[in-house]
Design a protein around this ligand. Structure first.
Ligand code: GLU
Length: 419
């Protein structure tokens, strides 16, 4: 249900947002030309022997948008609607995101156009390994470091790490992040995106003088980011009144029991039919009156057509690109407070950075160290973006882009052009 048509081209929208921030920064044309577009785009064919014996050809991508501030960094997405333009948009956002939280990475993203929900574990493994071998020349711990994204997970990362290491002849855990703990993963990485959403939502409530305890929350998308954000908000005393996943939406105006809902989702794979809840439509879910809406699904979910129906006070973007620029303008005129994606969901890549640091040093941290450092990074980034938003009277999204793009621009200007 949530996989509605991706009407707007996400990459064009990413470029539109770039221009808005570059104008505020007064960036000269040379700098714009150097940092706006992807540095490297790779399209590969991934043939896979399916369980029934036939060979299926998947189209796949890896885009390195920027290596100005460090190796390219970003997840790999498995989804039927993956396109090259979507991956280019996601890679672009990774560059600004890493700069907003000030970690020494550029931006990248990968994707395979496939339907992972209808593939066996064996098919997924063969597809992942063949894809890894196809992008192998351009990835590596100092070059480009993939991670999980929509419908990929720590198992996917383990296969990539293994394929890469077998080819090189020795174990190289730093080639991917979001790995299982036993392979050099970091404690707290799995929950990091949701935890970052939680910290920035706390900051937003504090700034707006709202009490998080007792506030009402709606979560669109109950995957890794959405479910963990829901859990932490629930534990902090918020009332999560509605939740959706790709199969349906559940609503209880007195609040859903999130630990039980997570248990059911883990067992059955969906939220629909949860006891003490009533089903509602995706459109009704978005239009619910609530304090905090957490879009945690795909791009463009809130657009020109439905933004007018939203009644949330805060929109915390756990997903990448869930609001189109047209939706931004509508919400801006309604006074909705948006915590933009490149700030709100940066907790995932921040702990990916911690994981990479631990792998490089062969020295592993305790969970509390990860949480404390993540909290510091997220709250500092929130404060930095908020200051630009207030000082320049520009929307939070433009402020986040001004911070991120400004840092990349500064780095490229100091590096200069080669040759
Ligand atoms: N896929 C996540 C994101 O969009 C995490 C990327 C990473 O850890 O490299 O931010």
């Amino acid at each position: 249900m949530l996989t509605t048509k991706l009407v707007d081209n996400a990459y064009e929208l990413a470029l539109e947002n770039f221009d808005a921030a570059a104008d505020v920064l007064g960036l000269d044309n040379d700098t714009r030309e150097m940092i706006k577009y992807p540095e490297r785009v790779l399209t590969v064919t991934v043939p896979v022997r399916m369980d029934d014996g036939h060979i299926h050809r998947f189209e796949a991508y890896r885009v390195q948008h920027s290596q100005v501030r460090g190796p390219a960094k970003g997840g790999i997405r498995y989804h039927p609607q993956v396109t090259l333009d979507e991956v280019k948009a996601l890679a672009t956002w990774m560059t600004w995101k890493c700069a907003v939280v000030n970690i020494p990475f550029g931006g990248g993203k990968g994707g395979i156009t496939c339907d992972p929900k209808h593939m066996s574990k064996g098919e997924l493994e063969r597809m992942t390994r063949r894809y890894t071998s196809a992008i192998l020349p351009i990835i590596g711990p100092e070059q480009d470091i993939p991670a999980p994204d929509v419908y990929t997970n720590s198992q996917t990362m383990a296969w990539i790490m293994d394929t890469y290491s077998m080819t090189k002849g020795y174990p190289i855990p730093g080639v991917v992040t979001g790995k299982p703990i036993c392979l050099g993963g970091s404690l707290g990485r799995n929950e990091a995106t949701g935890r970052g959403v939680f910290y920035t939502t706390q900051c937003a409530c504090e700034h707006l003088g709202m009490e998080l305890k007792g506030s009402t929350v709606v979560v669109q998308g109950f995957g890794n980011a959405g479910s963990i954000a829901a859990q932490l908000l629930y534990e902090a005393g918020a009332k999560v009144i509605a939740v959706s996943d790709s199969a349906g939406c559940v609503y209880n105006r007195n609040g859903l029991n999130i630990p039980e809902l997570m248990h059911m989702k883990a067992l059955c794979g969906h939220v629909e039919g949860f006891p003490e809840s009533e089903p509602i439509s995706p459109a009704e879910l978005l239009a619910l009156e609530c304090d905090i809406l957490v879009p945690s699904a795909l791009e463009n979910m809130v657009n020109a057509e439905n933004a007018g129906t939203l009644r949330a006070k805060i929109v915390a973007e756990a997903a990448n690109g869930p609001l189109t620029p047209a939706a931004d303008r509508i919400l801006e005129s309604k006074g909705t407070y948006v915590i933009p994606d490149i700030l709100c969901n940066a907790g995932g890549v921040t702990v990916s950075y911690f994981e990479w640091v631990q792998d490089e040093q062969h020295l592993f941290w305790e969970a509390q160290d990860v949480y404390d450092r993540l909290e510091r990074v997220m709250k500092t980034a929130f404060r930095d973006v908020l200051k630009i938003h207030l000082d320049r009277t520009i929307p939070m999204r433009t402020a986040a882009n001004v911070l991120g793009i400004g840092r990349v621009a500064e780095a490229v200007q100091i590096r200069g052009i080669y040759p």
